[in-house]
Design a protein around this ligand. Structure first.
Ligand SMILES: *[C@@H]1O[C@H](CO)[C@@H](O)[C@H](O)[C@H]1NC(C)=O
Ligand SMILES: *[C@@H]1O[C@H](CO)[C@@H](O)[C@H](O)[C@H]1NC(C)=O
Ligand SMILES: *[C@@H]1O[C@H](CO)[C@@H](O)[C@H](O)[C@H]1NC(C)=O
Ligand SMILES: *[C@@H]1O[C@H](CO)[C@@H](O)[C@H](O)[C@H]1NC(C)=O
Ligand SMILES: *[C@@H]1O[C@H](CO)[C@@H](O)[C@H](O)[C@H]1NC(C)=O
Length: 304
């Protein structure tokens, strides 16, 4: 009895003063009003017709008890990775998750008194030799993704990770100060979350909070930002768009090619010499990142 076992574990974990939070997110329209400015010198959400229009079309980014996925979205979502599971099964799996990870507010709302600075750290080889470590760690929120290690690369990528974006195949152990941000691409990924919790792999040992990206947000990024180009958006691009919702100031590191136009990871020896973005609309995504940079919505550190 998976759920029963999890309840027991939750109780144990709670008793040992560790906490599991489910990130909840409401009233996102809050972001776009002129009154919701921040305490930074410059706030991301200062009115701009282009960005405001894109942001206003956003659904709530995270799944929660009050933000289930509609069947419509499910039908889009199940096509991206040929999921065989049906909507009823998905629904039941999500129900289980919300039983295991009790809903809890772990969200800093935008406020005129707050300046929420974020570093979004991709895995590009352009981080090698960049000496960005201290600069990255200086941000309140540091979001890393997939395998993205810090150990052994501290000088260039820093040490702090407040949020780690993963899907099951890219998972890595997290320490107890890092939020797990799951990007589910199929129902199985949600089952994986339950299993990894019950089987004491990733989540059991830690007070990691779990946030689950809503498939509706994935569809929004694909349709509204990328105008349906590519099969679905890359993890890096979705993370960047997500950060626009969590931060007042966004600095982007480790995206794009290195100075020799190679695309590789900072933690691996060069394998792929030319641009290859698979199912994803790499060029389109990169153009949008440059556009955000040109409009001074984000800071963009290329490493060269
Ligand atoms: C924000 O302010 C700008 C100019 O000051 C105005 O044009 C725009 O309509 C306002 N937006 C909202 C959502 O109030
Ligand atoms: C959905 O899938 C489950 C098991 O995977 C099956 O038992 C159920 O009949 C299916 N429901 C529908 C409406 O197809
Ligand atoms: C799935 O869950 C939602 C939200 O609880 C509910 O409105 C919907 O009817 C459910 N659908 C199915 C097929 O279980
Ligand atoms: C978090 O991990 C550190 C190092 O492993 C440990 O010392 C600390 O007690 C942990 N905190 C909680 C709340 O579990
Ligand atoms: C983990 O526990 C420590 C110590 O209680 C706390 O300071 C920290 O905020 C917790 N982390 C999360 C992600 O909840």
């Amino acid at each position: 009895d998976i759920v029963g076992a999890c309840f027991t574990l939750v109780r144990e974990i709670t008793l040992t003063h560790t906490y599991l939070y489910m990130y909840t997110y409401t009233h996102h329209s809050f972001f776009y009003r002129n009154t919701s400015l921040c305490a930074c010198d410059k706030c991301l959400m200062e009115y701009d017709p282009w960005l405001s229009e894109l942001m206003e079309a956003s659904p709530e980014p995270f799944l929660s008890v009050t933000n289930y996925m509609s069947e419509d979205i499910f039908n889009w979502w199940k096509r991206i990775q040929r999921d065989k599971r049906n909507y009823t099964f998905y629904n039941k799996t999500v129900d289980k998750i919300f039983h295991i990870f009790p809903p809890n507010v772990g969200f800093t709302r935008p406020s005129p008194d707050l300046c929420r600075t974020c570093a979004v750290v991709g895995n590009s080889g352009n981080l090698m030799g960049s000496f960005y470590g201290p600069l990255i760690d200086f941000h309140d929120i540091v979001i890393r993704m997939n395998r993205g290690p810090t150990k052994g690369f501290e000088r260039d990528v820093g040490t702090k990770t407040t949020h780690h974006v993963m899907y099951p195949h890219s998972s890595t152990n997290l320490d107890n100060t890092t939020y797990l941000v799951l990007f589910p691409f199929k129902t199985y990924d949600l089952e994986w979350l339950i299993q990894s919790f019950t089987q004491r792999y990733v989540l059991c040992k830690v007070n990691t909070s779990v946030m689950i990206l809503s498939p509706a947000f994935m569809k929004y990024v694909h349709h509204v930002w990328l105008k349906r180009k590519g099969k679905y958006p890359s993890t890096g691009f979705m993370t960047l768009i997500l950060s626009l919702h969590m931060c007042d100031e966004v600095s982007v590191f480790g995206f794009g090619a290195d100075r020799n136009r190679n695309w590789n990871h900072y933690y691996e020896k060069l394998k792929v010499k030319r641009l290859r973005t698979g199912h994803h609309a790499g060029n389109e995504e990169y153009k949008l990142i440059e556009e955000l940079y040109k409009k001074e919505k984000i800071l963009f550190f290329r490493g060269w």
